[in-house]
Design a protein around this ligand. Structure first.
Ligand SMILES: [Zn+2]
Length: 211
C-alpha cells in the first residue's frame, strides 16, 4: 500500500542531502522514481545539497499538474516520487499527490519547510500535514547564533529582519551571519526567541575601556 510522506525541517538542516540519499537508496533497490523540485538554490531542474552533491530533477511550477507529469512520464512505470521544496506546492498539487498514492499506488516522499519567514505555514505544507500518512520533523536542527536549536526561518534585507512581503522570494542562504549584504534578501535560521525578538544576528561584542 503506497503512502504519502512529509518530512520537514528549517533551512540549513541538510534536508536536500536527505532527499538525495532517498533517491540513491531507492534507485539502488531497482525502483523507478521521479525526482522533483522547485527553485533549488543551484537553478532549475536540479536538487543540490550544501555538502556538494546534486542530481537532475524535474522542475515543477505553480501550475504543474503533478498527476499528469508522473503518469505521462515516458519509460517504465513510475513507482515513487521524491519531491524537494514541498513548501512551494499549492494545496491542489498536494491533492494531486494524494491521488497518485491512493488511485495509482505510487509512494510519494515530500521534503520541505513547515513555516515561512513570518512563522506561518506555507499552504502546501499545511495541506501536507493534513493529508500525509507520515508527517515527521527531521531531527536535525541547525543552530541559532545563540546556540539554541533553530526551528524558524527569517528573511533579512539590508541586515534587518523583515516580517512582511511575498511568501516566496528566493534569496541567499549562504551568507548567514553576514550582516552587510546590502538590500539583498537573505535567510537565516533562528530559535523562536530570537525570531520573535527580530534579532537575526549576534550583537556586536561590547568593548569595555579600562581607564
Ligand atoms: Zn537564538
Amino acid at each position: 500500500m503506497a503512502q504519502l510522506h512529509f518530512r520537514y525541517a528549517a533551512m540549513n538542516s541538510g534536508k536536500s542531502t536527505m532527499v538525495l540519499q532517498y533517491r540513491h537508496t531507492y534507485a539502488a533497490c531497482g525502483r523507478n522514481g521521479l525526482l522533483m523540485t522547485r527553485l533549488d538554490r543551484a537553478g532549475e531542474g536540479i536538487v543540490s545539497s550544501r555538502i556538494g552533491i546534486s542530481a537532475d530533477a524535474i522542475e515543477f511550477g505553480a501550475a504543474t499538474d503533478l498527476g499528469h507529469v508522473v503518469l505521462a512520464h515516458p519509460g517504465a512505470r513510475v513507482d515513487h516520487v521524491i519531491l524537494d521544496e514541498a513548501q512551494f506546492l499549492s494545496a491542489d498539487q498536494v491533492d494531486q499527490l494524494a491521488w497518485l498514492v491512493d488511485d495509482h499506488d505510487i509512494d510519494v516522499f515530500t521534503f520541505g519547510l513547515l513555516s515561512d519567514f513570518r512563522g506561518e505555514q506555507f499552504p502546501g505544507s499545511a495541506r501536507l500535514v493534513v493529508l500525509a500518512d507520515v508527517v515527521e520533523a527531521l531531527q536535525v536542527y541547525p543552530m541559532c547564533w545563540c546556540g539554541q536549536p533553530a526551528r524558524m526561518n527569517a528573511r533579512v534585507t539590508g541586515g534587518v529582519m523583515v516580517r512582511d512581503g511575498d511568501t516566496v522570494v528566493v534569496g541567499n542562504t549562504d551568507t548567514a551571519g553576514d550582516s552587510d549584504t546590502d538590500a539583498e534578501v537573505s535567510y537565516v535560521v533562528l530559535c523562536r526567541r530570537h525570531h520573535r525578538a527580530g534579532r537575526p544576528y549576534a550583537p556586536a561584542p561590547v568593548v569595555t575601556l579600562v581607564a
